[in-house]
Design a protein around this ligand. Structure first.
Ligand SMILES: [Zn+2]
Ligand SMILES: [Zn+2]
Length: 408
């Protein structure tokens, strides 16, 4: 029997763990500075949470969920984390706390996608959710935070795209206009688009199907419908966001066809692309979702957030070498070696020794691969109570006492 990791999953092995720590530590640092608190929710939830919270017209809910039945309950591995965070926000009565409630998370998500698209079925996201602020300052805060985080990682050449999807009022008119424009060629569109036509025509603009996109071009769809005509409230919200971004020196582009893949967005949506390695990669997606808390049974609560795929970030960053330990004790006296190892560890140093008591040369070879210093204990060292310390980066050697060793 030769069992491998399931298709679409990957082990994170020790040689790449520093790349993950780097992303996780940057997230913790940048988000904590902005007073976001980490929340950890279960990786599976009631299926109904995602059906209601993510939206039953999305590909995620229709095709990509890992759903299973246990004790007559339908459970689903989380395909994203906003719905779970909102559920926790309600379950712990965080809406009673003074606004804003600012939360961040990181962890694995699960979607049954075709692995040939370069996507994993278990992947990782890091993201933030901010509850309770209606003002566009919250949208600006999220975009600023995302940019700060990406900059912290060393991704500086970014394109921020923004759009407003309006509210239910202004979107209604847009949906009708969009449907009128699509009607003449609806028969030629893919099955997904056909089912979106009634349920959520905005999502048609997001279709990746080539044939559909050819028809959009042929019928000049994007030019003919232009964007949403925002109502006064949505329009002033959007203008205010742009003013904030200008004042914060965050460069952005307006993309009237940015719709995002989820049903719950209202007003602001945004995407951030990184222009490194000669190509553009979307690294962040987010937006405002003023209706979601209510949809999931809570009081009306404005909210905004974003998520980023961590595998995508990792792929854009140079990999970081594995850390070396500080000391490697080299000795043919195993008892002395383990005693010194233990002493150094208790002093707070990383330290290792050779469990097999191999020849000195073998031990030095191992030390130079894994440690900064080799601490040699030979017969003379034991007799005269000192250590020979070899600096493995420049091969210099020095005699030292234990206290001197602890000052390295
Ligand atoms: Zn509106
Ligand atoms: Zn389509």
């Amino acid at each position: 029997m030769n069992i491998k990791a399931p298709k679409g999953t990957k082990d994170i092995v020790p040689s790449e763990i520093n790349d993950w720590y780097n992303i996780e530590n940057a997230a913790k640092e940048v988000f904590t500075k902005a007073d976001f608190k980490e929340i950890r929710t279960p990786i599976f939830e009631d299926t109904a949470l995602f059906e209601r919270g993510v939206g039953d017209t999305t590909d995620i809910v229709n095709k990509e969920m890992y759903t299973f039945i246990k004790s007559d309950r339908s459970l689903t591995l989380r395909p994203e984390n906003t719905a779970g965070v909102v559920r926790a926000y309600l379950e712990h009565n965080m809406f009673r706390e003074s606004a804003p409630v600012k939360l961040w998370y990181k962890g694995p998500m699960f979607r049954y996608e075709r692995p040939q698209a370069g996507r994993q079925r278990q992947f990782h996201q890091v993201g933030v959710e901010m509850f309770g602020i209606q003002d566009a300052s919250a949208d600006a805060e999220c975009i600023m935070l995302a940019v700060d985080f990406l900059n912290k990682l060393g991704l500086n050449d970014l394109t921020v795209e923004i759009n407003s999807l309006g509210c239910n009022v202004c979107r209604k008119e847009y949906k009708e206009r969009l449907k009128d424009a699509i009607a003449p060629f609806l028969d030629g569109l893919c099955d997904d688009c056909k089912s979106r036509y009634e349920k959520n025509p905005l999502r048609i603009l997001d279709c990746k199907n080539e044939e559909c996109n050819k028809l959009f071009d042929k019928y000049n769809l994007k030019e003919s419908v232009s964007g949403i005509k925002l109502c006064d409230e949505c329009s002033s919200h959007y203008e205010k966001l742009k003013k904030y971004l200008n004042e914060l020196n965050i460069k952005y582009e307006e993309n009237t066809f940015l719709v995002r893949g989820l049903d719950y967005y209202t007003k602001t949506v945004f995407e951030i692309k990184s222009n490194s390695l000669g190509s553009q990669n979307a690294v962040c997606g987010g937006g405002r979702y003023d209706g979601l808390v209510e949809t999931l049974g809570g009081p009306h609560t404005p909210a905004v957030g974003f998520a980023m795929g961590m595998e995508r970030l990792k792929a854009l960053l140079p990999s970081i070498e594995a850390d070396k330990i500080t000391f490697f004790v080299v000795s043919d006296n195993q008892l002395e070696a383990v005693k010194l190892t233990s002493k150094l560890r208790h002093k707070g140093y990383s330290c290792e020794y050779d469990y097999n008591s191999r020849k000195f040369a073998k031990q030095i070879e191992k030390a130079s691969k894994t440690a900064k210093y080799a601490v040699i204990i030979g017969e003379d060292e034991i007799k005269n109570n000192y250590y020979t310390v070899k600096n493995l980066s420049d091969s210099t050697q020095e005699k030292m006492s234990f206290d001197e060793l602890c000052m390295l």
